[in-house]
Design a binder for this molecule. Structure first.
Ligand code: VG1
Ligand code: CO
Length: 597
């Protein structure tokens, strides 16, 4: 096989967003489109592609791989067969003339660009945290992740490609900017006419000049978690009977995403729970037609099952496995509270942190609950822009151990991605530790104890998805308001009550990385009020179509009478003020948000 140069044309808009390039599958399927982006990625990787070793894997969504090499007929029906994960899933037919799937394209371009070796998950399956772990434990030069995370999958939905560096984390902005620059002028790419490689068999293969090792999707990751947590302690708790003579019950929902096999390995094989403790645990290329996002809206099946059966501990993760939701009967843990509580319990409940926690961090819109824990423990706390890539430098420098985002992302420096199953096991460890101190404690008791100690940060996010017009206008209108000389110090009044808020500070968030000094501007518009409340507006960087406006509101209370109240109630005046000030309804014609979390 020989490398050959293929002439191509430039496609607009191949700018990696918050977490890689995410577009509709049909966009990626255009001639040369995926090749252009993969070539740009290989050319932009630090030190270039020559002689490098990369990890490749993803959430198994549609367009990740096609089992051509196994002789599956694709003319009549598209059949996705993943033998070892025991899944067979039919999708609508597609013409056989279409271009190969992303994983085969990556193999061909890698071979032509001088990559030495590719380690790829069996059937291209690797959760985002598992890929990050693999890059780190095998000390590879980086990895290419095939995922659009929580966005729906299938022929009419989303696909995504993301590059991670050798620390296992999403490429920083200087690399993603370089990728984008290359896509704007690309004239050709290098490929090699290799046949499709069967990605269903583990082992090492020679693929043209390339060495390809097809690895177990789960093993390395589960080993890592076993070294972090005390699984014996968790098992002991699960087998004890602290709840009126009854054992705790668990329900994990993979939402048909990639974490199914990982969840089975952890909950069933390792912790000895019954099969009924996991659901939707077969990864499907279209996520069973659902939206694989673990929140109260999209994980309603889990919420209903937890409530109906009074399950002690419910949890879900997203399509690619980096997000998590913790939900016990009658008790929803907001992600902002979750990371604060994990930080508070870390040294007591998780052996990995026995030596001490180095520092804490959150993304800017995330509630300040974790700041309060940091202050109490005398730890540094960082506020970074949205997206996991900003945590990596702090971790690499040894200044950050635990961090999180309000968007159901929680993690630590064991890898360089957020990690859904890590957070879920961390919560099981907290329950186990709490029950050792005093038997009978459930998720709600842990929440109440935390609020009693620190106060409660009420928090909510309104998403206006795929807004057709007015998104930019809302942002510009806010910038104009901020620019008014009398804006700071002005008082904004709620529409349905007498409550009012006085503006203390308003700006467009800018971040200077304390490690390398790089500056990231325009990261979200925020208003801080004199009573400590905050409102944030930003445009999403992960959508594939139209603009998504996110509005975040936060209000702190240390009045115990307010702790049990639903967040929506305490936040109502603030939400009214935010909507009125931004003219969001007027400019976008959207009366209601698409999702409230
Ligand atoms: C969203 C979240 C952000 C998260 C990102 C990637 O980004 O708000 O907190 O890091 O998704 O998560 P945006 O730009 O749409 O607000 V995932 O699980 O999609 O990789
Ligand atoms: Co995700």
């Amino acid at each position: 096989y020989e490398a050959r140069e293929v002439k191509t044309k430039v496609y607009d808009g191949q700018k990696p967003g918050t977490s890689g390039l995410r577009k509709r599958v049909k966009v990626f399927q255009q001639e040369h489109y995926t090749e252009n982006f993969v070539q740009a990625t290989l050319s932009a990787m630090p030190g270039g592609p020559e002689g490098k070793v990369l990890v490749v894997g993803g959430d198994g969504r549609y367009f990740s791989e096609r089992p051509l090499a196994r002789g599956v007929a694709i003319e009549s029906s598209y059949s996705y067969h993943c033998k070892d994960l025991n899944l067979l899933h039919e999708l609508t037919p597609r013409p056989p003339s279409q271009s190969p799937e992303a994983s085969q394209i990556i193999l061909r371009l890698s071979a032509a660009n001088g990559i030495k070796k590719i380690l790829i998950g069996e059937n291209t399956i690797l959760s985002t945290p598992a890929a990050s772990a693999l890059i780190r434990s095998l000390k590879t030069d980086g990895g290419i992740l095939l995922t659009a995370s929580h966005n729906p999958g299938g022929p009419d939905n989303d696909f995504g490609i993301k590059f991670n560096c050798d620390n296992g984390g999403p490429a920083p902005e200087d690399v993603t900017n370089k990728i984008y620059e290359i896509t704007k002028t690309i004239q050709s790419y290098k490929t090699m006419d290799l046949p499709d490689l069967d990605l269903s068999k583990k082992g090492t293969f020679t693929h043209g000049p390339l060495q390809v090792e097809i690895v177990d999707s789960v093993e390395n990751y589960v080993k890592l978690l076993s070294s972090i947590f005390d699984f014996d302690m968790i098992k002991e708790y699960l087998q004890s009977k602290p709840y009126n003579g009854k054992s705790p019950t668990v329900l994990f929902d993979a939402l048909n995403g990639v974490t199914g096999p990982y969840g089975k390995a952890i909950f069933v094989d390792l912790l000895g729970l019954p099969e009924s403790s996991i659901q939707n645990c077969v990864p499907k290329p279209d996520f069973g037609g659902s939206h694989p996002d673990p929140n109260l809206t999209y994980a309603h099946e889990l919420v209903e099952a937890v409530e109906a059966n009074k399950v002690t501990f419910g949890a879900a993760s997203d399509g690619d496995g980096d997000r998590n939701m913790i939900y016990g009967a009658g008790a929803f843990v907001t992600p902002s509270d979750s990371v604060a509580i994990i930080a508070d319990w870390a040294e007591k409940a998780i052996p990995y942190f026995k030596g001490g926690v180095k520092g804490l961090a959150r993304s800017m819109p995330t509630s300040e609950a974790i700041d309060l824990v940091a202050r109490a423990k005398g730890l540094e706390v960082f506020e970074v822009p949205t997206g996991w890539k900003f945590f990596g430098n702090l971790m690499d420098a040894g200044r950050l151990s635990i961090c999180g985002e309000e968007s159901f992302g929680t993690g630590s420096d064991h890898i360089r991605e957020k990690d859904g199953l890590w957070a879920i096991v961390a919560w099981l460890a907290i329950l186990a530790a709490a029950n050792k101190e005093k038997a009978g404690q459930d998720i709600n008791d842990i929440l109440v104890a935390h609020y009693t100690k620190y106060g409660r940060n009420f928090f909510s996010r309104y998403d206006y998805e795929e807004v057709e017009t007015g998104a930019e206008e809302v942002m510009q209108h806010l910038r104009d308001e901020f620019a008014r000389s009398d804006f700071v110090g002005s008082t904004l009044k709620a529409t349905s009550s007498d409550v009012s808020f006085t503006v203390k500070e308003a700006d467009d968030f800018s971040y200077t990385d304390p490690i390398d000094g790089s500056v990231s501007k325009n990261q979200g518009l925020y208003i801080k009020f004199t009573d400590g409340s905050r409102v944030v507006f930003r445009l999403s960087g992960t959508g594939s179509q139209g603009a998504t406006i996110r509005m975040y509101v936060e209000k702190y209370s240390n009045n115990p009478d307010e702790y049990p109240k639903p967040a929506a109630e305490g936040l109502k005046p603030l939400i009214e003020v935010a909507l009125e000030l931004s003219k969001l309804t007027e400019l976008t014609k959207r009366k209601e948000p698409t999702v409230i979390t």
